[in-house]
Design a protein around this ligand. Sequence first.
Ligand SMILES: Nc1nc2c(c(=O)[nH]1)N[C@@H](CN(C=O)c1ccc(C(=O)N[C@@H](CCC(=O)O)C(=O)O)cc1)CN2
Length: 297
Amino acid sequence: MTEIIDGNAVAEDVRAGLTDAIDALDDAGVTPGLATVLMSEDPASQTYVSMKQRDCEEVGIDAFDYELDPDAPAEELYELIDDLNEDDSVHGVLVQMPLPDHVDEREVLRRIDPAKDVDGFHPENVGRLVAGNPRFKPCTPHGVQKLLDAAEVDTEGKDVVIVGRSNIVGKPMANLLIQKAEGGNATVTVCHSRTEDLAAKTKQADVVVAACGVPELVTGEMLSEGVVVIDVGINRVDADNEKGYELVGDVEYDSAEEKASAITPVPGGVGPMTRAMLLWNTVKSAGDAAGVDVDLP
Ligand SMILES: Nc1nc2c(c(=O)[nH]1)N[C@@H](CN(C=O)c1ccc(C(=O)N[C@@H](CCC(=O)O)C(=O)O)cc1)CN2
């Protein structure tokens, strides 16, 4: 029997577990605040940002929403970040990716105060993660860790194959999984578009994390019996329904499920965890700023 790892349920547990920390901060006169910055008309990005704002309101985090015209000069975004860095009611600054081509993503990430970088993308925070001393774990890989814990998947000594080498998922995921403390003690292989014979790599894996952004790239044929499959992909593909699209992962679900001992669905797998861990990081940031020792789930 394959276990379907329910990301909505695990995310709900994380949100419920944050209540004590938010109450403790409230007792200290602090309300955690998250600023989201959207500079895109991409419908998926707009959906994710509204979901993040709704999540904040649900748990008692102040959501400050900023939308910039995608054609606005990059300086407008840089100045907004500078202002948010100075604002004491803001504990987390999130700039939704991807950004328009004329904006220098590296400059944006460098500009965010590392103490408010709840995405964990600032070079200082990337360095801390690689060194095994993370301030903020990036939300998606952190969410994947929580899903593995919830499904009681122990990665210690296991072969984990990550398909995808993005800065948002593949690279930080690999760094977390190889670590001892709060990591996974796993043997990690990172595959990408130039990997020769991808199936040979995925077939020898105990756990496959698919995060390449290619719809249904990983099929059951490429997996071994009993594998744990974590599907990070969320691709909108054209469909003859009301929305005009459906969401599919980077894994071909039906064939993979036949082989897997546990698998995450799309939607309802990793996506909700990305959002839950953003709340987690924002509450941590507020605690750090206020010098309040909060108990995080
Ligand atoms: N600044 C950031 N930008 C982006 C990140 C990020 O972590 N920080 N990650 C991705 C997308 N992402 C977060 O913004 C994200 C993706 C998916 C979901 C989600 O809840 N998905 C739902 C389905 C939602 C839908 O109906 O479309 C699910 O999988 O069940 C949340 C966040 C890129 N940018």
